[in-house]
Design a protein around this ligand. Structure first.
Ligand code: HEM
Length: 193
């Protein structure tokens, strides 16, 4: 195990289950919004900043999405070991870029049993594809389906300027998979510190 695996990977040091608000507004935030675009489904309203966590700006947010860090659903013990050995934590000084990707999966996906969903996830090589991009891309998955939110997941990625093209390549590979045929709403929010 290398040193990077010991760094915290949760935004603002949140623990499993803590509700984390992602608040887009025009006043202030840790991140400046560079670009927003819907990949599938409707756009999110345009805003200038993203504030993560409580105690945000006092103006009315343009939109707020909330989610929490949860336990693993599909990852095997071996995969978890590989991830722990290779992944970097959030908040690296050279990771000046972040991308927030809210994702919703459709009713067919959620009507399947856990083992059926896991088979598709595994057949799609999601984890092996993702491992190709570690440690350059740091990541955190947040869940929000059970909160009655408009999305099921808020996915979060941080990387250095030099890795932006590699990140786009990762998106292209994942979006070509069987798993992504069940995604019915996906928006990219590109950010800089
Ligand atoms: C950076 C490389 C990546 C790695 C190593 C990675 C790894 C993983 C792993 C291990 C899981 C399963 C968690 C579990 O067991 O519950 C997962 C789930 C997920 N990932 Fe990735 N991923 C990566 C990139 C991405 C990207 C770029 C996106 C979005 C465009 C994404 C979206 C998701 C979503 C939505 C889930 C939840 C799937 C579900 O529960 O139905 N991942 N990822």
């Amino acid at each position: 195990m290398n040193n990077m695996s010991n760094r915290p990977v949760r935004p603002q040091g949140a623990a499993i289950g803590d509700r984390i608000p992602f608040c887009a507004n025009d006043e202030s935030g840790q991140w400046r919004i560079q670009a927003m675009s819907a990949v599938t489904g409707p756009e999110l309203p345009i805003a200038r900043y993203l504030h993560i966590g409580d105690g945000g700006p006092e103006n009315t947010p343009v939109w707020t999405l909330s989610a929490f860090v949860s336990n693993l659903r599909y990852t095997t013990a071996l995969e978890r070991q590989a991830l722990h050995e290779q992944q970097a934590g959030l908040g690296r000084a050279d990771a000046q870029h972040a991308v927030l990707i809210p994702i919703r999966k459709n009713a067919v996906w959620w009507s399947m049993a856990q083992d059926e969903r896991r088979e598709i996830y595994t057949r799609s090589d999601h984890t092996p594809i993702g491992l190709d991009y570690l440690p350059a891309i740091a990541r955190q998955l947040h869940h929000c389906r059970d909160l009655g939110e408009p999305f099921d997941f808020l996915t979060w990625f941080e990387f250095a300027d030099s890795e932006a093209d590699r990140f786009r390549e990762l998106l292209t590979r994942l979006r070509a998979t069987e798993e992504w045929s069940y995604v019915d709403h996906e928006v990219e929010v590109w950010l800089t510190r």
